[in-house]
Ligand binder design. Structure first.
Ligand SMILES: C[S@@+](CC[C@H](N)C(=O)[O-])C[C@H]1O[C@@H](n2cnc3c(N)ncnc32)[C@H](O)[C@@H]1O
Length: 456
C-alpha cells in the first residue's frame, strides 16, 4: 500500500499532481470504508483523559496531563481482551507509566519506553511503590521539611520561562530543596522526595500546563513549602493505606520502563520481539503540543539518570524538543515524503490554498505520519501473531481541513500486517473559536483504534 518515493520535502510545495481544494474525496472514501468498523462508546470518554488518575493512590503522584486513566488499561486488558497473567504488555509511549503501573497492579508483565526523562522518572518512582521503606521515608520527609532555607548561590539553566514562572526566591528555594534531597544516601528515598518536589513545581509557579505551551497565569503561586509538604503527605498516605491492604510486599509482576525512541526501538527490547500480546498506548496527538515546553521547568530542575542536570541550557532543551515525535511545529528533521497515503496528500494540497497561521503545519503533518510509520513497523515486530493494539488518538483540524488521524494510521498499520478490528469513538472534541468562526463547528473524533496482527 505504501510506495516509497524518494522525493524531497520541497515536493510539498511544488506538487506535480493537480489539486482541488475543498473536495475531500480521499478522506470521504476512507470514512466510508472504515464506517462499518466504527462504534461510539462515549462512556469511555472519561477514561481517555488523566482526570480520574488524579485522586488514585500512586497514579496521581504527578499530574501528567497527557495521560489516560488506569481504568482504561484495566478495562481493555481484562474485560475486552481477557488476557491471562502470563501475557506481556508493551507501551512505546509510556508517559507517566499508566499502562505499566496498571499492569503491575493486575499482575501482567509489562515493558515501556518514553523519550522524555521526566516521564521516565515519574514512572520509575511510582513503579517502585511496593519497595519503599515507609519509616525511612517518614524520617526523611521530616528532616527535609524541617531544614531551614539558606540561599544556595546557584542558578537555573538560562531558559526564559524560569524567570517568568518564579520569583528569584522561589527559584532558589527549589534548588535548595533539590540539593538537600541529593544528600540522602538511599536512592529510593532521594527519588521519592524528588518526585514530590517536581510535583510541586506547577502550583508553586505562575504557570499552568494547558494548551500547547506552558501558560503564564495571573494567580498567586502557592508557597513552595506548603505544596511540597502536602505532596509528601499525600504520597506517604497512599503508601500507608496500600500496605494496610497487603499482606505480602512484593512486586506482583515486573514492569520495566526505560528511555527510548518509539521510532527506533532500543536494542534491549529485541529479546522480546514477537512476544508481546497486547499494546495499550497513546502517541502524542497531531495537535502542536510540545512536551518539552510543557515540562520545561521540571526538566530544568531535575537530574538525569547519569546524575548530571537533565537540562543545562536552552540548547539542551531544544535538542530534546527536536528528538520528540514530530507532532509539533518545531519538529525536526524535515519530512522526506516517504509515506504515501492519498488522504495525507489531499490534506496537504488543500492546506496549500489556505493562509496558515504557521507555515510549518504541513511539514509537521507529513513528519508525524512518517514517524508513526516507523513506530507501527516496530510495534508490529514486537507483537506475537494475533497480538493486539489499542491506541488512543484524536483527529486534528487545521484551517477547516480535517485530518482523520485514526484512519490514516489504520492505513499505515495495515501495511505492517496490523488489521483494524474496530475504531471506538470515545469523545468528540470541540474546535478553536477561530476555526469555528471561519469554518463552522465540526466535531473532531477522539478514538481508540484497535488493531490485530495477522496470525500467519
Ligand atoms: C499521550 S502521551 C502518553 C501518556 C501515557 N499514556 C500516560 O498515561 O502517561 C505521549 C508520550 O509520548 C512521548 N514521546 C514523544 N515522542 C516520543 C518518541 N519519539 N518515542 C517515545 N516516546 C515519545 C511523550 O514524552 C509522552 O510522554
Amino acid at each position: 500500500m505504501l510506495e516509497p518515493r524518494n522525493t524531497l520535502q520541497l515536493d510539498l510545495f511544488n506538487l506535480e499532481e493537480p489539486f482541488d481544494s475543498g473536495v475531500a474525496t480521499e478522506r470521504s472514501s476512507l470514512e466510508a470504508r472504515y464506517q462499518p468498523l466504527m462504534r461510539e462508546d462515549l462512556r469511555l470518554g472519561k477514561l481517555v483523559t488523566y482526570v480520574s488518575n488524579k485522586s488514585e493512590p500512586v497514579f496521581g503522584w504527578f499530574r501528567y496531563k497527557e495521560g489516560f486513566s488506569r481504568y482504561l488499561v484495566d478495562h481493555i486488558l481484562k474485560k475486552e481482551w481477557q488476557l491471562t497473567q502470563e501475557h506481556l504488555v508493551f507501551d512505546p509511549f509510556a508517559g507517566c507509566g499508566t499502562t505499566l503501573l496498571a499492569c503491575q497492579y493486575m499482575g501482567y508483565p509489562a515493558l515501556g519506553i518514553d523519550i522524555m526523562p521526566i516521564a521516565i522518572f515519574i514512572a520509575k518512582v511510582k513503579l517502585a511503590h511496593f519497595a519503599y521503606d515507609i519509616p525511612a521515608l517518614e524520617e526523611a520527609t521530616e528532616q527535609l521539611l524541617s531544614r531551614e532555607y539558606t540561599p544556595t548561590g546557584k542558578s537555573w539553566p538560562k531558559v526564559q520561562i524560569v524567570d517568568l514562572a518564579f520569583s528569584r526566591e522561589v527559584q532558589d528555594k527549589l534548588l535548595f530543596y533539590r540539593d538537600r534531597i541529593q544528600e540522602f544516601d538511599d536512592h529510593l528515598v532521594r527519588d521519592f522526595l524528588m518526585l514530590a518536589l517536581l510535583a510541586s513545581v506547577e502550583e508553586a509557579s505562575a504557570t499552568s500546563k494547558d494548551g500547547q505551551f506552558l501558560r503564564i497565569v495571573d494567580r498567586p503561586p502557592k508557597a513552595l513549602e506548603f505544596v511540597l509538604a502536602a505532596n509528601l503527605n499525600r504520597m506517604l498516605g497512599d503508601l500507608r493505606s496500600e500496605r494496610l491492604g497487603t499482606t505480602q510486599l512484593e512486586e506482583k509482576a515486573k514492569a520495566i520502563i526505560s528511555l527510548g525512541d518509539a521510532r527506533r526501538l532500543p536494542g534491549e527490547l529485541s529479546v522480546h520481539q514477537g512476544r508481546v500480546s497486547g499494546v495499550v498506548t497513546s502517541p502524542p496527538y497531531l495537535n502542536r503540543y510540545d512536551y518539552s515546553r510543557t515540562y520545561a521547568l521540571e526538566l530544568c530542575l531535575m537530574y538525569g539518570e547519569d546524575g548530571n542536570p537533565c537540562v543545562r541550557d536552552f540548547d539542551d532543551l531544544k535538542s530534546l524538543r527536536h528528538s520528540l515525535l514530530r507532532s509539533h511545529i518545531e519538529s525536526k528533521p524535515a519530512p522526506t515524503n516517504l509515506v504515501q497515503v492519498p488522504a495525507i496528500r489531499e490534506v496537504l494540497n488543500a492546506l496549500r490554498l489556505k493562509r496558515l497561521n504557521n507555515a510549518r503545519i504541513p511539514i509537521m503533518i507529513e513528519g508525524y505520519f512518517e514517524d508513526m510509520n516507523l513506530v507501527l513497523e516496530g510495534l508490529s515486530r514486537m507483537l506475537m501473531p494475533g497480538g493486539r493494539v489499542a491506541l488512543v488518538v484524536a483527529n486534528a483540524r487545521f484551517e477547516g481541513e480535517m485530518v482523520p488521524t485514526d484512519l490514516i494510521l489504520s492505513e499505515i498499520a495495515a501495511s505492517h500486517g496490523l488489521e483494524t478490528t474496530e475504531i471506538r469513538i470515545t469523545r468528540y472534541k470541540g474546535n478553536s473559536s477561530q476555526q469555528m468562526g471561519r469554518y463552522g463547528r465540526v466535531p473532531v473524533r477522539e478514538s481508540i483504534v484497535f488493531w490485530q496482527k495477522s496470525r500467519s
